[in-house]
Design a protein around this ligand. Structure first.
Ligand code: 45D
Length: 321
């Protein structure tokens, strides 16, 4: 029987629990634009403290420099207006340029803007702003999340800002090469996962922990797919490679345990749980995640989904039913 991505998406579906992350983002989406910016500012002043200062990197900040310089020259009212346009996903020149940034360049742009706010060069919250009760509701919902979930909410809101350029095709100016993240610690070279001996899975983690994306992709079937948290599957070597270069650099993957089941046709489904660290926060924030792999009878990865766990208890949830 041929494997299908649709059926692969449903492996171990009985162990999936609704995530509080989209629920929190849904509350955020209901806020007015000034309330959204205020919520993000309060949330960021709490969580942003542990961002690794070197993470944005000089090369990446250069990609955002043009926009940041324009904003620095503006009056306070104009600065506030730009931030509203970004949050509203408006079709304005700055919001369009931002929309073409990669995920990490968007984060670096806001990181630097935050620094400029601390220096008093850029205005944080509109003058005369009055907080509505809804902001408190979203902040309280956010406080109930673990640290890894909180930074995911922050990341996803930043990614969603700016004009949606996906329908416009690639940027007219030559797409900038994605700068590298510096690894602070040497890559973990021999991976051990309790309950797992599958070479494709161990090889995948080892390659990803060294940013060897070509080696990781060689483990996939040509029609293989990778499904990031809260996203649709990314299909085929080229698309997965592009995604990994933009979003999977510098990650520390620490899988802990897993289960493997052999299916009648010789393919295998595996679920592995563990912790992932992003180069933005280093060792200070761990994200509890699960990988769900479908390996074909020839030992190649046909599908892998990465899911954020709803709670740390889910790390141990490897039962089948
Ligand atoms: O003034 O196996 C605001 C894959 C506005 C690959 C701001 C993966 C107001 C395959 C915006 C708030 C990648 C899928 C200022 C595995 C304001 C694979 C500034 C998983 C100043 C395992 C805000 C990887 C700022 C995972 C600067 C799960 C916010 C990766 C910065 C997860 C926020 C990574 C940052 C995450 C958030 C990174 C830097 C969640 C970073 C989050």
């Amino acid at each position: 029987m041929a494997l299908s991505i649709e059926s692969a998406q449903n492996i171990f579906s009985n162990t999936q629990v609704p995530s509080p992350i989209p629920a929190t983002i849904a509350l955020f989406d209901q806020l007015g634009v000034d309330d959204q910016l205020a919520y993000l500012w309060y949330a960021y002043t709490e969580m942003g403290k542990t961002i690794t200062p070197a993470a944005p990197g000089v090369a990446r900040l250069q990609l955002a420099e043009g926009l940041l310089n324009q904003i620095k020259q503006m009056s306070q009212e104009e600065q506030t207006q730009v931030m509203r346009e970004l949050a509203n996903r408006a079709d304005s020149p700055i919001s369009r340029s931002y929309g073409f940034f990669s995920v990490n360049t968007k984060l670096a742009f806001w990181y630097e803007l935050g620094e400029l706010m601390k220096q008093g060069v850029v205005t944080p919250i509109p003058s005369g702003y009055q907080m509505s009760p809804g902001v408190k509701v979203v902040l309280e919902a956010t406080q109930k999340l673990d640290a890894g979930q909180q930074i995911t909410v922050l990341r996803n809101t930043v990614v969603d800002m700016g004009f949606d350029t996906s329908a416009l095709g690639p940027s007219s100016s030559k797409a900038a090469a994605e700068p590298a993240f510096k690894r602070s610690a040497p890559a973990i070279t021999s991976v051990k996962i309790e309950g797992i001996t599958e070479p494709a899975v161990l090889g995948y983690i080892e390659a990803m922990n060294a940013d060897k994306f070509d080696a990781a992709i060689a483990l996939f079937t040509t029609d293989g797919a990778l499904q990031p948290p809260f996203q649709k599957p990314i299909i085929g070597h080229e698309a997965i490679a592009k995604y990994m270069r933009e979003e999977a650099q510098g990650l520390n993957m620490m899988p802990q345990q897993g289960i493997c089941e052999v299916l009648p046709d010789g393919s295998k489904q595996l679920k592995v749980t563990g912790v992932v660290q992003t180069p933005w926060f280093g060792v200070t924030v761990g994200m509890n995640i699960a990988w769900r792999f479908l390996i074909n009878p020839q030992g190649k990865i046909f599908f892998v989904a990465i899911d954020m766990l709803a709670s740390p208890q889910e790390l141990m949830n490897l039962r089948r039913v």
